[in-house]
Each structure stands twice: as structure tokens, then as C-alpha cells.
Design a protein around this ligand. Structure first.
Ligand SMILES: Nc1nc2c(ncn2[C@@H]2O[C@H](COP(=O)(O)OP(=O)(O)O)[C@@H](O)[C@H]2O)c(=O)[nH]1
Ligand SMILES: [Mg+2]
Length: 382
């Protein structure tokens, strides 16, 4: 069974979307009004949500029964590949890469990929290949998808290897279990201070604006902003514009001592958010300077990384910023990529949990509290 949420301005529109994708045999499990996007659910747009389900256990038979016009019984993932063709890479390639799994699959299952019955070498169960194809269509890199699926299969009894819904559920659970997250600040009476550090252009300033707007305007907290990014006038102006719109104070600190004073001056604030200049992971002087700023204050350090960063670069960035004690992570630009690799790498390498994820340029709505289940759903499509 495939289960998926569909959204529309009206119930009718949401149901139509479901039928287009799942076909007329699909069933509605649940309908409700939801806020789409938004943080704490309060900023988003009101839309209707329909949770639909379809039987995807037998794709070929399903297609014959008229699942959708495209004869595509599987739900469309968030982003489709170029052609969605199951022969993405040729059977030979799959056979080599899957050799470890193939043996087990053969032993444990009598189900073989019937669509490729002319090619007797491809011998893992349809279901596992279906899940694999779907992960690829969710933009997971092949190696990541294979490694993930292998971890899933290790903990899955062989009799379950033929059940698409079971495997898919395990993939979901596996992703959720591998990504460490942390709940947002509890505001227990002590002031929370967060300084956002990271490379240039990852979205630090935008994220500060999103956080400020949500905590000040939605959660009703007293928020104060400080920036030490004084290298470019535009950088200060960018944050000042947001501070004015949101109606929160902004202080500009040109030295570690000024930063210390600014924090003291914001003693009445529930939450103080501190913006910093982007640091290049190759510039030691910049790091020394950042450390001087951070040493003078007691604040949680949030490393901001973009999900679009390549593995190797992300490794370099994390190593570089480990010069300061990273408490929490913010992963940005998840709208541009599935980001599973980046999310997993960031949290395992820093051993810090993810606090927030951001999903677009819009302030204040494109930010979410990081939750393992939500992230798993994000990665695997809506
Ligand atoms: N697609 C996308 N763009 C983002 C996101 N967050 C920030 N940006 C954009 O990234 C660019 C750099 O953002 P900025 O906050 O100035 O980055 P900073 O240099 O780290 O402060 C801007 O164009 C932002 O609109 C996000 O979650 N998704
Ligand atoms: Mg900035």
C-alpha cells in the first residue's frame, strides 16, 4: 500500500490530485484542513489535505486495472527523475552493485523481477527494486540509496522483503532513527542565546529573520537581534530591514567587547539571536576572529549548513567549524535537494542535533522545527 498526502485549495482539488496520481481505485483515509508551510503551523496558508491510499503491492496488475493514466502505479515522489524509467541504469549495473543483497534475496524469496524476465541475472525481489527506484526518484544518490536499503534489509526478516509497504515503512523509520534532532528552546525563564555561524550564503541572516519573526510574532517572546557581520553595509541593512518589519531591536557590534556589551544590554529579552559573517573553511584568520567574538559571550552555537553542499565540502566545513563547540545544527535549502546525505553527514560528524530546517527563501514561513519523522517524510516525498 502507498499512502500519501495531497493538498488543494478545496477538498475537490485535493481529491482530484489524488485520483490523478493514484487512480480511481484509491481510497481516502482522512481529510482535514491544515496550514501548509509555516512554523508552529501558524503562518501557513489554509489548505485541505486528503490522505489517500492505493494498493501498490502488484504494480503490473495494478496498472492493468487502470491505476492512473500514466500506468504508473507508484506514487510520484517529490521530484521525479528525468524519465522515471525503471531501466535507469541497465540491469547489469544493478546486478553488480547489488551482488551482496542479491544472494540473500534469491535465497529468501521466490519473487523475481518479472518485468525483466528476459534477463535472468536480475534476481532480487520486485519489491526491493521498487523501493530502490523510488528512492532514486526521491533524488537520493545511488550509493546513499543502496547503503540505506542495505541497512534496512539487515534488520528486516526475509519474509518481509516481498512486502512493499513494510519495506517502505522501515526505510522511513530507518531515516528517522539515523537523524538526531533537538526540540526548540523551552524558555524556562532563563534567556536563550543563539549565535549562527557557517559559510557565506548558506542562509544565516535569512534564518535569523525567520526565527525572530516566529518567536516574536507567533510565540510572543521578546526577541533581540545582534549582528557582528559588519564587513558589508548591505549585511547590516539586510538584518535591520527584518528587525524593523518584525519590530525587534537590533544592535551592531564591531568588536568582541561590543558584542559582550550588546548581550548585556539585551538582558530583558527571552531570546537573543546573533548573526555572524560567513567564514570560509580555508581562512584561519577568520576563524580566530570568530572565536574571539564567541569567547566573550555564553551562547549556543548553531552551525548553519546548506543541504546543497557536496559531501567533501561539507566535511571540510564541519571540520573547520569544529574549532568552536557546535551545539546545534540548522540545515538550510532543503527545497533545493532531498538532502538526506547532508542531514545525515552533518549530524553524525558534528554529533550535534538538528534544531531547524529551512525550505525556501520566504520569511517567515520557510522554516520548520526539525523532527525525525518529518525529515524522513520530507526526504521520501510528501
Ligand atoms: N532556496 C533557499 N534559499 C534560501 C534558504 N535560506 C536562505 N536562502 C537564500 O540564500 C541566499 C543567502 O541567504 P543569507 O541569509 O544572506 O545567507 P548568509 O550569507 O548565510 O547570511 C539568499 O538569497 C536567501 O534568500 C532556503 O531555505 N532555501
Ligand atoms: Mg548574512
Amino acid at each position: 500500500m502507498r499512502v500519501k498526502r495531497f493538498h488543494g485549495e478545496t477538498i475537490h482539488e485535493a481529491v482530484e490530485k489524488m485520483k490523478n496520481e493514484f487512480g480511481s481505485d484509491a481510497v481516502i483515509l482522512h481529510t482535514k484542513r491544515v496550514k501548509h508551510g509555516g512554523f508552529f503551523g501558524l503562518f501557513g496558508r489554509q489548505v485541505f489535505e486528503v490522505i489517500g491510499a492505493m494498493d501498490a503491492a502488484e504494480p503490473a496488475a495494478g496498472a492493468e486495472r487502470g491505476f492512473g493514466q500514466q500506468g504508473q502505479p507508484q506514487a510520484q515522489p517529490k521530484k521525479t527523475g528525468e524519465n522515471g524509467s525503471p531501466s535507469f541504469d541497465g540491469a547489469r549495473h544493478r546486478e553488480t552493485q547489488w551482488s551482496a543483497v542479491d544472494k540473500d534475496a534469491n535465497a529468501g524469496s521466490s519473487v523475481h523481477r518479472s518485468a525483466n524476465s528476459t534477463n535472468s541475472r536480475v534476481i532480487w525481489p520486485d519489491t526491493i527494486d521498487d523501493v530502490y527506484q523510488q528512492l532514486i526518484q526521491c533524488d537520493l544518490p545511488k550509493e546513499t540509496a543502496q547503503a540505506l536499503l542495505k541497512r534496512v534489509l539487515q534488520s528486516l526478516p526475509k519474509q518481509d522483503w516481498q512486502n512493499l509497504a513494510t519495506i517502505w515503512n522501515h526505510v522511513n523509520t530507518q531515516i528517522a532513527s539515523e537523524i538526531a534532532t533537538v526540540a526548540p528552546w523551552d524558555f524556562d525563564g532563563t534567556q536563550k542565546r543563539a549565535v549562527l555561524v557557517g559559510p557565506t550564503g548558506v542562509g544565516k541572516t535569512t534564518t535569523i529573520a525567520k526565527l525572530a519573526a516566529n518567536f516574536a510574532l507567533v510565540a510572543g517572546k521578546k526577541v533581540g537581534l545582534i549582528t557582528v557581520d559588519t564587513y558589508r553595509i548591505a549585511a547590516v541593512d539586510q538584518l535591520r530591514t527584518y528587525a524593523d518589519i518584525i519590530g525587534v531591536p537590533l544592535k551592531v557590534a564591531y568588536s568582541p567587547e561590543e558584542l559582550r556589551q550588546a548581550v548585556i544590554a539585551m538582558a530583558d529579552r527571552d531570546l537573543v539571536l546573533i548573526d555572524t559573517a560567513g567564514r570560509s573553511q580555508r581562512n584561519e584568520t577568520q576563524m580566530a576572529e570568530l572565536k574571539a567574538f564567541l569567547d566573550g559571550i555564553d551562547a549556543e552555537i548553531h552551525l548553519v549548513v546548506s543541504a546543497t553542499t557536496k559531501d567533501r565540502d561539507l566535511g571540510d566545513i564541519i571540520r573547520f567549524f569544529s574549532n568552536v563547540n557546535i551545539d546545534r545544527l540548522i540545515v538550510t535549502k532543503l527545497d533545493e535537494t532531498t538532502g538526506f546525505g547532508a542531514l545525515l553527514q552533518a549530524t553524525t560528524q558534528t554529533k550535534a542535533p538538528i534544531a531547524f530546517i529551512t525550505t525556501g527563501q520566504s520569511v517567515p514561513e520557510d522554516i520548520e522545527i526539525a523532527e525525525p519523522q518529518k525529515i524522513a517524510e520530507w526526504i521520501l516525498g510528501d
